[in-house]
Design a protein around this ligand. Sequence first.
Ligand SMILES: O=C(O)CCC(=O)C(=O)O
Ligand SMILES: [Fe+2]
Length: 334
Amino acid sequence: MEKAAVQQDGLLIPLIDFSKFLNGTEAQKLETAQAILKGFQTAGFIYLKNIPITPETRAHVFGTSAKLFKLSQEEKMACAWTTPQANRGYSEPGREKVSLLTEADEVEKVRAAAPDIKESFEIGRENEPGHPNQWPVEKGELVGFKDTMTKFFDDCNALQVEVMRAIAVGMGIDPGYFDSYVDVGDNTLRLLHYPAVDKKVFQINPGQVRAGEHSDYGSITLLFQDQRGGLQVKSPNGQFVDATPIEDTCVVNAGDLLMRWSNDTIKSTIHRVVEPPQAEGDVHPPRYSIAYFCNPNFKNFIEAIPGTYATEAEKKYPGINSGEYLVQRLTATY
Ligand SMILES: O=C(O)CCC(=O)C(=O)O
Ligand SMILES: [Fe+2]
């Protein structure tokens, strides 16, 4: 069987070779699909290796993301995030650069607010009526940005369709059961930048994190992290456990709507990003990650998946429209 990517405090996150689902024998396909489903049912998280997104593509997309975040604040704010319905554009860090952190009242503000130290840029499906993407002006280093990101969006979309097929195979239902629920691509590509930050910030406020604890909202999230570390997943015993980066793997986690859809047989597990301990220097270096949040088609009605309940009375939730569910959740956070 596969190795564990993470095994600590009752949390076992499997490391799964996805090429065996895509290109393996029937027996390998089934075994891989079952391992994927089991990972979602127990940890809520899996790591996939040998996915169709190449290391070269991944490096190129990370490089392009870094170029975006190097733009001036003014240029980034020209693409500002607007509404939960659109869910596209740039979100600025919760506070000013920490190099300004000299005045006592500034320090006090940090202590009081402890905002996440991160900035992000969200990209949705192209051609969604009424919700254009907030593309930055393509000049200098940013030439090709839209092309790179829309291609990556489509690559991730193709991958998530396959992961949903694996879940269906694991459940023993029609392998294409989810296809008509996930074919529109109502997903969000989120570029994340956790800027370099003075160590003092973390000393002043021991509760300071990079991204506060949360669960994701949708069906599944594909998460690409760099080698910095900091992602932590809550174990069944309530401890946060490091989900250490493994090169060229993609972390995949189930979201709240998939948990609901699966009648709570799949887990949407709480996670966060902290600053990993570091001995050298006064400054924590930056971290980059890319999350691809997948949702069932916004127009679809989501009711318990066949096989996740024996009788009507065992259905834990009423059906809900996917798009309405997501907008409700986003409205509560922004
Ligand atoms: O940056 C990361 O590694 C995780 C980000 C995350 O969990 C999120 O944006 O939902
Ligand atoms: Fe998340």
